[in-house]
Ligand binder design. Structure first.
Ligand SMILES: Nc1ncnc2c1ncn2[C@@H]1O[C@H](COP(=O)(O)OP(=O)(O)OP(=O)(O)O)[C@@H](O)[C@H]1O
Ligand SMILES: [Mg+2]
Length: 264
């Protein structure tokens, strides 16, 4: 996923990693970004990768846990106050549309206006200090409150799509352990629009088929003559059976979201 990686590296990681050099050019490091894209494309993985590139602790805020029956807005305020005590931190909020949905009049079920407003108020304070980054992720950027996403709050809105050929090749090679008898190119062609999560699942199905075949073959072959792992045919069968997450309608929706929301 070179395009996404390159964008995140240049816009996000490098200015945060080299703040003085960035400042000499008038570049202000980002303080908040939002990653959007279909389920399983790697948004959480990218957020974790940014923290690890920077060597910063990764703190995930889980609104479902914070709420705990009580007052979510107050719980968010407490969480951000505790986060403010950290020297450096990447704060991650997944499925952020659940706490900052488009504010409808009157408040929809659950009445989240107060929570959205609280988050809007917390972001400026968070942005004031150096060495921190808020990363929000969502499958549904169009459900987010536009005021929440505006420039000044979020520096970049970065689309994370399905992996291209090179990325699929890298992911397949990982799951096939680089075994030379597996035709990775063929798997790559057959798995267009698969997310990393879909590929992971198809690889597991193929491995399981190969394992079961080995067990059935005369009680399993011995350690001195081990059966080979899953074959190209096993992987292709698993791909054919898979129900990819990203349908043509989702592709269209994502393309429209990129046009209307991406800010890179
Ligand atoms: N670039 C990648 N290379 C290899 N595996 C990946 C990559 N990105 C993600 N994965 C794998 O794909 C799966 C889904 O990734 P992740 O949880 O980051 O997706 P997500 O976009 O956060 O999904 P959701 O929208 O459901 O929260 C994970 O098992 C992860 O390890
Ligand atoms: Mg995720």
């Amino acid at each position: 996923m070179e395009r996404e990686k390159d964008l995140i590296e240049r816009r996000v990681v490098l200015p945060l990693a080299e703040p003085e050099r960035a400042a000499r050019h008038g570049v202000r490091p980002p303080r908040a970004i939002c990653l959007f894209g279909p389920p399983g494309t790697g948004k959480t993985t990218f957020a974790r990768a940014v923290a690890s590139r920077l060597g910063w602790p990764f703190v995930e805020i889980l609104p479902s846990r914070l709420a705990d029956g009580g007052n979510l807005a107050a719980a968010l305020r407490t969480a951000f106050a505790r986060i403010a005590e950290l020297d450096r931190v990447l704060v991650f909020i997944d499925e952020v549309e659940e706490i900052a949905p488009v504010r409808t009049e009157p408040a929809g079920p659950g009445g989240l206006h107060g929570v959205t407003n609280e988050l809007l108020k917390l972001i400026p304070g968070f942005r004031e200090r150096d060495e921190r980054l808020l990363v929000c992720a969502t499958n549904s950027v169009r459900s987010l409150d536009p005021a929440f996403l505006r420039p000044g709050r979020f520096d970049y809105l970065i689309p994370i799509g399905t992996p291209d050929k090179a990325a699929r090749a890298a992911i397949w090679s990982r799951y096939t352990d680089g075994r030379p008898e597996v035709d990775v190119d063929e798997l790559v062609l057959a798995s267009e629009l698969f997310t990393p999560a879909d590929i992971e699942h198809a690889a597991r199905v193929a491995a399981q088929a190969s394992f079961e075949r080995d067990l059935l073959a005369a009680g399993g072959r011995g350690a001195d003559d081990p059966a080979p792992g899953a074959s190209t045919a096993d992987y292709l069968a698993a791909i054919a059976e898979a129900r990819p997450t990203v349908t043509p309608e989702l592709v269209e929706r994502f393309a429209a979201d990129i046009t209307s929301h991406a800010r890179t």
